[in-house]
Design a protein around this ligand. Structure first.
Ligand code: GLU
Length: 272
């Protein structure tokens, strides 16, 4: 059975762009008489707010979406992410990184996708140096040793139902952060583990996240997780080509509702 999910980060109101993503996942489940889940990706406690979550849920329900309860809220599952990091540590594929944002900006090589590639400075620290820094209380992130990890898993593939089969080349993304200094986990780790734990069989999301998928495929192999299919949908833009994402000046679903738009009209406008 097909299981899809919409996994918003409650950092603001639901806008047309995120409503499209929700409807896309919901529609995929509906067509296949499958299951549709909602997951709240609120690991970033500074940017995410409970009131945004409440408002998003109201807007999604108003749009006619129904999801299964209980809703998984990532902030309540930190122990799962810590256990996964322990497993990765036991495999020797993560290392502490003490670099500051300024260090990274200075050292990073040419930008690739959304994140600059980390040059791997801390990958070469001696065990003694790491111990000293940790004893001195220096904050650290945990990074994936992508070359070592890829050597361990061997070649991997993943399937996008629209785009075909891809060879995963996670090493080309460098050593991504799996546990941020401030929150002890990361988008990559939490999203991959949760999709497995929730039995998601079809991951749908915007094509802006396409570069993240090889990293997730590598994590699945390292952690023995189920491998879903993917569909990366188009990004909704306004007439000027500007993205209708939640952080831009784009109409929120609640403002459209207040202006008298109906759920049917919004769904039709988005093609559902
Ligand atoms: N939480 C992510 C976001 O709001 C989506 C994650 C995903 O669908 O993989 O952009």
């Amino acid at each position: 059975m097909i299981v899809t999910r919409f996994a918003p980060s409650p950092t603001g109101l639901l806008h047309l762009g995120s409503a499209y993503s929700a409807l896309f996942a919901w529609d995929q489940a509906q067509r296949a008489t499958g299951r549709f889940l909602l997951r709240i990706e609120d690991i970033d406690t500074v940017r995410c707010r409970p009131e945004h979550e409440t408002a998003m849920r109201e807007d999604l329900a108003w749009l006619g979406l129904r999801w299964e309860e209980p809703v998984r809220r990532q902030s309540e599952h930190r122990a799962d992410y810590a256990a996964a990091l322990d497993r990765l540590k036991a495999k020797g594929v993560i290392y502490p990184c003490f670099c500051t944002r300024a260090d990274i900006a200075r050292l990073a090589s040419a930008p690739h996708g959304t994140e600059p590639i980390y040059t791997g400075t801390c990958r070469h620290l001696s065990a003694q140096d790491v111990a000293h820094r940790q004893e001195a209380g220096q904050a650290f992130a945990l990074r994936l040793d992508s070359a070592k990890a890829a050597a361990l898993t061997g070649p991997l593939e993943w399937r996008d139902l629209d785009r075909g089969v891809f060879k995963a080349d996670p090493a080309s993304h460098g050593d991504v952060v799996l546990a941020r200094k401030d929150i002890g986990t990361s988008y990559h780790l939490a999203v991959t583990l949760d999709d497995h734990l929730q039995g998601v069989t079809l991951v749908t999301r915007g094509e802006d996240l396409l570069p993240a998928t090889p990293i997730h495929r590598l994590l699945q192999a390292l952690l023995d997780l189920n491998v879903p299919d993917w569909r990366h949908h188009k990004i909704i833009r306004d007439e000027t080509g500007e993205r209708l994402a939640k952080r831009r000046e784009s109409p929120s679903i609640s403002s459209l509702r207040d202006a008298g738009e109906t759920p049917d009209a919004i769904r039709a406008r988005l093609g559902f």
